[in-house]
Design a protein around this ligand. Sequence first.
Ligand SMILES: C[S@@+](CC[C@H](N)C(=O)[O-])C[C@H]1O[C@@H](n2cnc3c(N)ncnc32)[C@H](O)[C@@H]1O
Length: 419
Amino acid sequence: MTPELLPLSIRGYVFACTNSSQDECFKRLLFGSSKVYGAVAMRVRKGDFLFLWNLNSDLLYGVFRAATNAQLNIVQDAWRGKYPYQVRVEPDSRIVPLKDAKKLLDSLSIERSSPVGKSKTITMLELYRPSAVPTTQWFGHLTQTEFGKGFEVSSEAKSWEIFAKVKKAEEAVEEIPRLQSTTLWDFPRQSYGSTAKGNNKYAGVTPAELIWNLVWRYTEPGDIVVDPMCGSGTTLDVCKEEGRKAFCYDIAPPHYRKDIIRNDARKIPLPDNHADLVFVDSPYGDNIRYNGDPDCIGKISSETVEFYDELEKVIKESHRILKPGKVLGWLIGDQWVMKKFTPVGFLLYARLTKYFDTVDIICIARRGQSSNTGLWNNRARRFNFYLRGFKYLFIMRKPAPNEKRTEEPRKISWTYYKR
Ligand SMILES: C[S@@+](CC[C@H](N)C(=O)[O-])C[C@H]1O[C@@H](n2cnc3c(N)ncnc32)[C@H](O)[C@@H]1O
C-alpha cells in the first residue's frame, strides 16, 4: 500500500504530556487533555493516528492509533482528574521518540488545536519508518497490523531532519474554535467549520462561536443545553457537533427546520432543575420583524416596561429549568433610535440579578450590522450619535437553594507592580 492509497479519512492528533504525566500515558495506554484542547481531543475516532509530545523533553513519541473514540473520563482518576478528555491508545510494537518536536511541528504548521490532515499525517508517519523497511511495507503495516500487542519504547531518540526534508506544508484543517480568554469577543464570521450553524441570512442570527464558547466553558459532552428563543437553530447545530443534547424552541420556527419545537419561551416544557446550560439571544426591542406571531416579544418596544416584564418571565423560566450552580448566557444590545438612547442591557441586567449571580459580562463586537454602511457612519459623525458597536453577553449562575447570595467584602492582598 502506498501513502496515496491510504484511506481518505486518515487523520492524526498530537497529544501532549510532561515528564510527570508521561509514565501514566504509557502504563494506562491512555492519552488525555484538559479543557484547553478538550474539543479537539473529543474528535478523535477509533483508528486515528496519534502522537505524544513530551513538552519537557521535546520528544514526539509515535506511532499510536486510537483504540476507541474519545470519551469523557474513561479513567476518572487518571492524572488525578486533570485531563478528563481521553482516548485509549494502541501503540505500534516499537515506539520511537523524535527529537526537536516543536521545530518539527512548527515546520509542518501542525498545532495541537486542530486535527492533523491526511498529507501531514502521512509525512509524520513516514518520519517513523525504520530505514530498513520500504515505504509501501511501512504503510501496509501501519494500516493493517493489529497494534497494541506488546510494545517497547526505544531509548534512542531519532533525529527527523536527517531522514526527511520537511517543508512548510499548507493543508486545510478542520476548523475548531478556541476558548476565548478575555471579556472581549469578536467573531468576524457568523459560523465556523465545514457545516453551517444556524442560518447567516436569519435576522439577528447569533455568532456560532459565541455559543460554542459557552458550551465548552459550562457543559460537558452529554449535558443538556436549552435555547428557548433559538431562531434559525445555531445552538442546536453547535450542540449536535459538540455532543450535547439540545432542546431548542422558538415562537415561530423557520419552516425548513423540523427539529425546532414551536413554543413560547415564557413557559418552557421541561421539568425543574433539568438543564446544564440555557442560552438566550432574545429580541432587543421591536427593531427586527422576526415573524407575524402575536406572541413574539420582538413586537414590544424596549422603551416600554412591558418589554422587560415579558423578558423577566423568560428569565424566571430559565431559572426554573436550570440545575442549581449552572449557567444562563443572555445576549442583548442597547438601542439608539430617533435621538433617544435606551440602556436595554442595563435594564435587562437589573432583572437578571433578581434571580441569578453574575459570573461575568462579555463585550461582543457587533458585526454584519445593516447600519454599518458608509452613509450611516457619516451620519453618526455629522449628527453626533453613535452606531451600536457591541452587545452584552451576561453570564449568570443559578445559586444553590441555600447559598448565601451577598457576601462580606473580601480581603484581597493585591500585588502592586512598579510602573
Ligand atoms: C435574536 S433571535 C435568535 C437568533 C438565534 N439565536 C439564531 O442564531 O438564529 C430572537 C428570536 O426570539 C424569538 N422569539 C420572540 N418571542 C418569542 C417567544 N415569546 N417565545 C419564543 N421565541 C420567541 C424570535 O422568533 C426570534 O427567532
